[in-house]
Design a binder for this molecule. Structure first.
Ligand SMILES: [Zn+2]
Length: 260
């Protein structure tokens, strides 16, 4: 059975609200990727966005629910290796975890240069980092896929969206790097459903990465990294139906690697 993981970047306040109102009642697991300096509201750091961050207390509350995983998304929102490691160390402190507790890292903007990984992998290992999630790697026809992805953001044909991502999103031979399908405002519900339907057919697991989940009357609703609250609710109901039909397992990012 394939696995589908839902993942939310940055630590935005609306993620907390959505988790309480949608994920907890529906019992949908998810991973929240936290930029530590952002939720500590530190000045003069590289922030992910102008959105209100969730509070430390809200983060701890999510962390105390076994339905959720908390991963690191940098201390600041950039891919400097020391910043990524610092984010993981400081996040453990906030959550009251020991330094040997494994934690995942999610690359800010998914821009980590994986060609550098071999030279710094020991740094990740020595700091008990369990995985590094990066952007989608288009292996075959990568230029064409990128162009089609751009065009399809205007015309929204589900089979095109699925084709763009329909490769080994999560590579079975990797046990450290994880790839992800990013979902932004221009990717419609019907496209994401089609991606999941095809994933089942092709026996491939996916991580669906999102940012803000907001209602139409809320600030930042029109932002490119916002997804509609009610569409997201429908997506969760769809995933739960597939899970009840024993077609998918909804899991956390770390379960994609660790098996379940
Ligand atoms: Zn981010």
């Amino acid at each position: 059975m394939i696995k589908i993981a839902l993942s939310f970047d940055d630590g935005r306040m609306d993620n907390y609200v959505m988790a309480k109102e949608i994920l907890e009642p529906l019992q949908v697991p998810a991973t929240f990727n936290i930029t530590v300096g952002y939720i500590k509201k530190e000045d003069k750091i590289e922030k992910p966005s102008d959105h209100e961050p969730m509070t430390i207390e809200q983060l701890k509350e999510l962390s105390s629910n076994t339905q959720f995983e908390i991963a690191s998304h940098g201390y600041e929102h950039n891919n400097d290796i020391n910043n990524l490691i610092r984010g993981a160390i400081e996040l453990r402190k906030i959550l009251g975890l020991s330094e040997i507790e494994k934690i995942g890292i999610v690359s800010p903007r998914s821009e980590f240069d994986t060609s550098k990984l071999s030279t710094i992998i020991d740094n990740f290992m020595n700091n008990n980092i369990s995985y590094l999630r990066v952007g989608k790697r288009f292996e075959k026809n990568s230029f064409i896929r990128k162009v089609v992805r751009k065009i399809n953001r205007k015309i929204n044909i589900p089979s095109l969206y699925s084709w763009v991502y329909n490769q080994s999103n999560i590579r079975k031979d990797d046990n450290f790097l994880i790839y992800t399908a990013g979902i932004i405002k221009d990717n419609k519900l019907k496209e994401v459903k089609k991606l999941i339907d095809d994933a089942i057919k092709n026996d491939k697991s996916y991580i669906l990465t999102m940012h803000s989940i907001l209602k139409a009357n809320e600030k930042f609703y029109d932002d490119l990294f916002t997804w509609d609250y009610y569409d997201f609710y429908k997506l969760c109901k769809y995933l739960k139906k597939l899970e009840n039909d024993k077609k998918i397992i909804i899991c956390k990012t770390k379960d994609i690697i660790n098996g379940k």
